[in-house]
Design a protein around this ligand. Structure first.
Ligand SMILES: Cc1cc2nc3c(=O)[nH]c(=O)nc-3n(C[C@H](O)[C@H](O)[C@H](O)COP(=O)(O)OP(=O)(O)OC[C@H]3O[C@@H](n4cnc5c(N)ncnc54)[C@H](O)[C@@H]3O)c2cc1C
Length: 552
């Protein structure tokens, strides 16, 4: 009997059918936003596609970003108008098509006497931003008004502030929504399946023979398999060099770590994302409200640690981020004890040739360009450096590069425009569930049409929000049964985000429901106990403060 997509047991069944020798038009390596976008676009064009992710979907940078779907003021500042225009246009479309998942977030930038940028120049920059958006968002506000939007913002020498608009998302849920479309369109997406080698036509020792598939390893069972394809896409983010080096290329990714701190909303109750410059090095940093808490971000440092596990914040970064927030909110007196959690992501910044020693000596991390790059190595198309905002455009660019290898099945004229998301207004959610308009929109944004099934299958109590979070128990139940949860961290850190937003990975919040979750996951008690232990270690090592392990 065929099991439903991503339900418990489906993965084993699907792996079995892959071992029996299926072949594909395209295999996509990497289940972050870039790979997910390519998977969705390729399946929309009718291609037969397999996506493989070595850990969990969105486990890489795409669950540990700053969550902004932004037009890229940075691009404008550097005169990259085309890039800024594309980004703003995509931002507007995503806000329209994925309401409840990609939502407007107002920003505030204070202007201080003698400081940069002054209100005039900033207004001119934002005028271009607004022009691309086709809408005027920017507005200069007098200093006393700021106390309403961002109470506690430093007042000394404040001339006023500029309000402007960008958008915010839940990055891991965005990946899930994009993958779900690809599944719906006939693709296969498997987590914990690692690409370990590249299959080439002809002799393995010959150079430049065409790539014809991948060697894969099931990271859960240890089983190995081979799958053939007309083309391979390497969308493995900060890990891009691993596959590219197998094809004879030099390293070209400079891994840069960015970390964030989470504090309770009541400690810094900002209605807006407040942007400012760090007093120490003048880098842009920000404080923004997200999912009921407040986030302070980010740092930008060379990441020399292993890429086999999540990145973690260092003591210096904690101090740097606290100093930033305390400089802009000068009476807040934020301390280490206020911090609930942290997360760190690794940015795959593309450089000509990467050597850890040389690069650190030449360019400061924040001086590196943040542009993406596409390479074609005889049928293995690699892409690195993508953003959350432009994932649909990058997918088209990659498919154009792959098209010569897919001639019979993909016409270049199909690649003019990315495919849109289906209508996602909250009114598609039917039934008498007494959810507020905002909650209906949130569910529809995150789950698309399937939100109806999620709600229909719920007991009314399971739709109640868990504690102070913005998540209900039914979302956890749904994930257990329909969203390829293999480990507890998949559930609590990426299907819902409470693990990174509440003390001790939110274990106290879910403790009363563990038996119900275990049943839905179809895990024996021993597996649950092992997962609980593993989860606590992950939280202590990668989502807490340094040296806090003993507290979790
Ligand atoms: C601190 C920080 C903040 C950021 N903030 C923003 C922001 O606010 N807005 C924005 O637009 N962008 C932001 N970015 C950039 C953005 O998050 C990333 O560019 C984007 O998430 C990269 O997505 P990706 O899919 O290319 O990479 P990833 O999300 O890292 O996905 C790559 C995946 O490939 C998998 N993989 C690797 N090797 C293999 C293999 N051999 N087999 C199978 N799978 C493999 C990895 O496990 C990983 O899950 C930020 C980045 C950082 C570091």
């Amino acid at each position: 009997m065929a099991l439903s997509y991503w339900s418990p047991g489906w993965r084993d069944q699907t792996l079995q059918s892959l071992s029996n020798g299926q072949s594909f038009d395209l295999i996509v390596v990497g289940g972050g936003i870039t790979g997910a976008g390519i998977y969705r676009e390729a399946t929309a064009k009718g291609l037969k596609v397999l996506l493989v992710e070595q850990k969990d979907f969105a486990w890489g940078t795409s669950s540990r970003s700053s969550k902004m779907v932004h037009g890229g003021l940075r691009y404008l500042g550097k005169g990259q108008f085309g890039l800024a225009k594309d980004s703003v246009t995509e931002r507007q479309k995503l806000m329209e098509q994925l309401k409840g998942l990609v939502d407007p977030l107002p920003f505030l930038m204070g202007h201080y006497k003698g400081g940069f940028p002054g209100p005039w120049i900033f207004d001119k920059l934002l005028a271009i931003y607004d022009l691309f958006a086709g809408k005027r968002y920017r507005q200069f506000v007098k200093s006393q008004v700021n106390d309403f939007y961002a109470p506690g913002m430093k007042q000394r020498e404040l001339l006023g502030a500029t309000r402007f608009m960008d958008a915010v998302t839940d990055d891991a849920r965005l990946v899930m929504r994009v993958l779900a479309d690809g599944n719906e369109q006939g693709g296969i997406a498997l987590n914990y399946l690692k690409a370990t080698g590249v299959m080439r036509s002809g002799s393995e020792v010959e150079r430049n023979t065409k790539v014809i598939g991948l060697y894969l390893k099931d990271e859960l069972s240890g089983k190995e398999l081979q799958v053939q394809a007309n083309a391979v896409v390497n969308a493995s983010g900060a890990w891009t060099d691993e596959l590219r080096q197998m094809l004879g290329n030099k390293k070209s990714i400079r891994p840069l770590r960015g970390s964030h701190l989470v504090i309770p909303f009541w400690r810094l109750p900002v209605a807006f994302s407040v942007s400012f410059f760090h007093p120490k090095d003048k880098r842009p940093v920000f404080v923004f409200p997200w999912e009921g808490q407040v986030v302070i971000g980010t740092t930008d440092l060379d990441h020399h640690n292993t890429m086999l596990s999540e990145a973690s914040i260092t003591e210096n970064e904690v101090t740097y981020l606290l100093d930033a927030a305390n400089s802009q909110f000068d009476h807040a007196a934020l301390k280490r004890e206020d911090i609930i959690s942290s997360w760190s992501g690794v940015r795959p910044v593309v450089v000509d040739e990467y050597s850890a020693e040389d690069v650190a000596a030449t360019n400061k991390p924040s001086d590196e360009k943040r542009e993406h790059m596409v390479w074609d190595d005889a049928g293995c198309i690699s892409i690195a450096g993508g953003k959350l905002t432009t994932f649909r455009l990058l997918a088209l660019e990659v498919l154009r590069a792959a098209q010569p290898y897919l001639q019979n099945n993909l016409s270049i004229s199909d690649l003019d425009a990315p495919s849109d998301f289906s209508e996602s207004d909250e009114s598609v959610l039917i039934g008498d569930h007494k959810l507020s308009k905002q909650r209906r929109q949130r569910l529809v944004g995150r789950y698309g049409d399937i939100a109806n099934q999620l709600v229909e299958q719920a007991d009314i109590d399971d739709l109640t929000l868990l504690g102070n979070t913005e998540v209900c128990l039914q979302e956890l139940f749904w994930a257990c049964e329909n969203e390829a949860v293999e480990h507890l961290d998949d559930l609590l850190l990426r299907r819902v985000r409470i693990g990174m937003l509440y003390p001790e990975g939110a274990i106290h919040l879910i403790q009363p429901w563990t038996e119900l979750l275990r049943e839905r996951l179809q895990w024996p008690i021993q597996k649950w106990d092992e997962e609980w232990h593993r989860y606590k270690n992950i939280i202590a090592d990668h989502y807490s403060l340094p040296n806090q392990k003993e507290c979790v």
